[in-house]
Design a protein around this ligand. Structure first.
Ligand code: NDP
Length: 483
């Protein structure tokens, strides 16, 4: 099986190759086979991408918001028409089951392009009357934005960063994770087919050094990263030294709190979605599942019954609902945590092993009797490992849920809506859920507090992170100077 992309990079409206860059093998996670190779961007490619973005941005920003929006809406429609093809590609890039990719990946990318395309014509300023004088404000683009992606949602991340950037009149240079280089190239191709001018959306490949070269370049005005906290700190520091704007979407160790009065089926469903979707490779996952003691055994029993019905197998088979890890490296990291959980005395109640088959498959895994100090309850695992922790009181669980460096998401299951609001109001997290988990509609802001990040993606909030306000004072009378 070969899925060689047309070329490694997409710059100035066309595919570009430079084989002088280090080769990066594209590995299909379901088999471990090499299905293609791309080359990391050389300094010449980085330069070419930034130069074309500089020029393209001026052309794009000179168009009206409505013209930009119409092109973005066209791109959204094209993505939906090609959803099958793009979903198969996403599955090859990440190993996630087609059952997921057909529903979530290209579709959420299209949602972002459609939503921000719709807003593009309404990005107006204010008029501030000051007696006879007045101030007007103009919402201006930032210039050249850099997007750096993680490997778990390559199409979605390319669109979630690209759509608000483009709506505001910026250009983008996007660097996907080296683990999943293919999907963003397709996004660039479709945007250009839809009418986005050359240079406005560029994709270049590479590892961390290429990301760092982009972040440190003075032609770049903003950096938006989806990645780990440690990378986030490096990128934020580099951006700060040039006073660049940033959005940081980083990791999490989010609490999912299930009270005795919760509907057990819904709570189990939320916990499954928040721990095992995409084989657990989701930043907002609720991986610390606090279950009140009265419901614990019922919850664990029903969870095991429902996990028994997961269909683990070929991700391209529509019946498969649980696929492999993205890479051998990530699988090994997660196996390390599975071993650590047992060593530290957590009770393994489900899974816990690698599957004996080709590819990077792990069993969905549940540990019960987890305590707050265990490594599996403190560190982000980024794999299909759920930690179930017991609790007695509301006050206790709120304090324990907040005892983490992270603050991306939080969820509460209860039939008492007043309690749901009261508890969520005290949790330190950016994206929260009551009787649900992990919904991420483009209309709602998404992002974290504490070490989980700065800024917000999606919704009208994202416009503030991809534009800046110029205020213009207009004096109608004479200028009175003291001398
Ligand atoms: P990493 O932080 O390792 O990498 C993220 C991206 O940054 C990659 O494209 C990487 O390149 C690049 N990069 C690495 N070092 C630098 C640097 N010094 N300067 C600029 N760019 C750099 O994360 P992963 O790709 O391993 O993704 C998993 C992590 O991402 C998890 O911790 C998860 O929590 C987080 N994540 C957060 C999300 C959110 O929205 N909050 C969503 C998804 C994931 P390369 O890897 O190619 O070398």
């Amino acid at each position: 099986m070969q899925l060689q992309p047309t070329a490694s990079h997409f710059i100035n409206g066309a595919y570009v190759e430079d084989t002088a860059g280090a080769p990066i093998e594209i590995i299909y996670p379901a088999t471990g086979e090499v299905i293609g190779t791309v080359h990391a961007a050389t300094p010449a490619i980085v330069d070419q991408a930034l130069e074309s973005a500089k020029v393209g941005q001026k052309v794009w920003a000179a168009m009206t918001g409505r013209e930009r929006g119409r092109i973005m809406s066209r791109a959204a429609a094209m993505i939906m028409e090609r959803n099958h093809e793009l979903s198969v590609l996403e599955t090859y890039d990440t190993g996630k089951p087609y059952q997921e990719t057909i529903a979530v990946d290209a579709t959420s990318g299209a949602d972002a392009l459609e939503y921000f395309g719709g807003l593009a014509g309404s990005l107006t300023g204010e008029h501030i009357p000051l007696g006879e004088d007045w101030v007007y404000t103009v919402r201006e683009p930032l210039g050249v934005c850099v997007g750096i992606g993680a490997w778990n949602y390559p199409t979605q991340i390319a669109c979630w960063k690209g759509a608000p950037a483009l709506a505001c009149g910026n250009a983008m240079v996007f660097k996907p994770s080296e683990t999943t280089p293919m999907c963003a190239l397709k996004v660039a191709e479709i945007l250009h087919e839809a009418g986005v001018p050359a240079g406005v959306y560029n994709v270049i490949q590479g590892m961390g050094e290429v990301g760092a070269a982009l972040v440190n370049d003075t032609r770049v005005d903003k950096v938006s990263l989806t990645g780990s906290v440690s990378t986030g700190k490096k990128v934020y520091a580099a951006a700060a030294s040039h006073m660049k704007h940033v959005t940081m979407e980083l990791g999490g160790k989010s609490p999912l709190i299930i009270f005795d009065d919760a509907d057990v089926e819904n709570a189990v469903g939320g916990a499954i979605l928040g721990n095992f979707y995409s084989s657990g490779q989701v930043c907002s996952n609720g991986t610390r599942v606090f279950v009140q003691k009265g419901i614990k055994e019922k919850f664990l029993a029903r969870l095991a019954e429902r996990l028994d019905t997961a269909v683990i197998g070929d991700p391209l088979d529509e019946a498969t609902s649980f696929g492999p890890m993205v890479s051998k490296r990530q699988m090994d990291i997660v196996l390390g945590y599975m071993a650590k959980g047992q060593e530290e005395g957590a009770r393994l109640v489900y899974g816990g092993k690698r599957l004996e088959r080709d590819g990077f498959y792990l069993e969905p895994t549940v540990f019960a009797d987890v305590t707050d100090d265990m490594t599996i309850a403190r560190e982000e695992i980024f794999g299909p490992v759920m930690s179930v922790l017991d609790f007695d009181t509301e006050e206790e669980v709120i304090a324990r849920a907040n005892d983490t460096e992270y603050g991306l998401s939080a969820g509460v299951f209860t039939s008492d809506l007043s309690r749901g609001h009261r508890v969520i109001g005290q949790l330190e997290a950016g994206s929260c859920f009551i009787n649900s988990y992990n919904d991420a509609p483009v209309e709602a802001p998404f992002g974290g507090v504490k070490n989980s990040g700065v800024g917000r993606e999606n919704s009208k909030e994202a416009i503030n992170h991809y534009s800046q306000v110029k205020s213009v004072y207009v004096r109608m009378g004479d200028v009175e100077a003291p001398y």
